[in-house]
Design a protein around this ligand. Structure first.
Ligand SMILES: [Zn+2]
Length: 383
């Protein structure tokens, strides 16, 4: 496809405001792009206006997955933007707009590569599946829904188009965000023996959780250690009342050495012990994300490294990521396929005002994903 047309696809989807919602606009737009082609299109609705989209091309053979999220984060204070976030603007070889980097450029490049493959006239030796997800930035619940519905079951490998500056992210930490609430009995502070203080067991929990998490000192060679921060604490209403409620929140970054399930069981154990002593504590989690164990030794990572270096002559380093991605969901699919994170954007402006991608990088990405699909099919057919 001509560069102009490839750029139009990207600017068109950046112009759709999908701030933590309304992803169906992108699903509609992409569905329309593919409507005259022999592809299978599935819409998977998460909530009204929030559709995941799955587009599958090819008849048979090994299936490569391309994953991109349709949502973007809030633009923040518009005064900090030199051009409006949802009016994509090109200046000096860079395209500015919310999602230009994270990650509508990766998503659009994947789409362009698929259209180019369909237009190539060649018989495709394998299959390719686009998994466009909702709600990645809030908790990856779109990808979780796609996994649950079985859309990852046939994948033989998955590429996530998050910004990686053409390096290959092969591992990242997981996240457990948790809230602990404590219930007490509120009475006048002059007669505390008639009530039950909600704050004190919460403080005990905080101390025990802190000590236990700090005892997990083993370090992943690439990701480093597990971290734990008690990030918020609040309780009580008045200086002369026994508090009847209190709560705290915590953020844990997990590594494959300490799987999420183990850590959650440990937190719950502290709670049940304190509850057995008369506390009324309860824990809930906000979209826990499991770590991505290293994929460095997989065939997919090595293949991608070769393709990137051959196609671009730069990038292709196997690196660790800082944040969690949809990989946290796809790694939980029942079949065990390799996952890498490889995208055209540099990732330096993500979640910031004046987010951008270099146009040349975007166009290189469109070509790279095509090369990657061909190479993947060839190498997976050999076996
Ligand atoms: Zn992203």
């Amino acid at each position: 496809m001509e560069n102009k047309q490839a750029i139009k696809i990207l600017t068109d989807i950046i112009a759709l405001d999908t701030t933590n919602d309304h992803e169906s606009q992108i699903a509609d737009y992409l569905t329309d792009l593919f409507k005259d082609y022999p592809v299978k299109i599935d819409r998977v609705t998460y909530a009204p206006g929030r559709d995941n989209l799955v587009i599958t091309l090819g008849e048979s053979g090994p299936m490569l997955g391309f994953s991109g999220h349709e949502d973007v984060v809030d633009a923040g204070d518009l005064a900090n933007w030199q051009t409006p976030p949802f009016t994509p603007t090109i200046k000096a070889g860079k395209l500015y707009g919310r999602g230009a980097s994270d990650m509508k450029s990766g998503l659009a490049a994947m789409v362009v590569s698929m259209l180019d493959l369909l237009n190539s006239g060649k018989k495709l030796p394998g299959r390719l599946r686009l998994l466009a997800s909702v709600g990645e930035e809030i908790g990856e619940f779109g990808a979780a829904q796609l996994v649950k519905a079985g859309y990852a079951d046939e994948l033989a490998g998955l590429v996530i188009g998050e910004p990686s500056n053409f390096n290959i992210r092969v591992t990242h930490k997981g996240i457990i965000d948790y809230y602990v609430t404590s219930k007490g009995i509120g009475v006048h502070a002059s007669t505390p023996e008639l009530g039950r203080n909600a704050i004190m067991p919460l403080v005990k929990f905080a101390q025990e959780a802190q000590t236990l998490m700090a005892s997990h000192t083993e370090k992943d060679p690439v990701l480093g250690g597990l971290t734990h921060v008690i990030s918020q604490i609040q309780g009580g209403n008045q200086i002369n009342s026994v508090p009847d409620q209190a709560w705290l929140s915590g953020n844990i970054r997990t590594t494959p050495l300490y799987p999420n399930q183990q850590i959650m069981t440990e937190l719950e154990q502290i709670i049940s012990e304190l509850n057995a002593q008369g506390a009324q504590l309860a824990i809930r989690y906000s979209y826990p994300e499991v770590p991505l164990p290293s994929q460095a030794d997989t065939k997919l990572a090595k293949l991608a490294q070769r393709v990137v270096r051959k196609s671009l002559g730069r990038g292709g380093e196997l690196v660790a990521g800082t944040g969690a991605t949809d990989a946290s969901e796809y790694i939980q699919a029942s079949n065990n396929f390799p996952i890498i994170i490889l995208g055209p954007a540099a990732g330096v402006s993500d979640h910031q005002p004046n987010e951008f991608i270099a146009i040349d990088d975007y166009l290189a990405g469109c070509k790279l994903y095509q090369d990657l699909a061909w190479q993947f099919w060839q190498e997976n057919l050999k076996v």
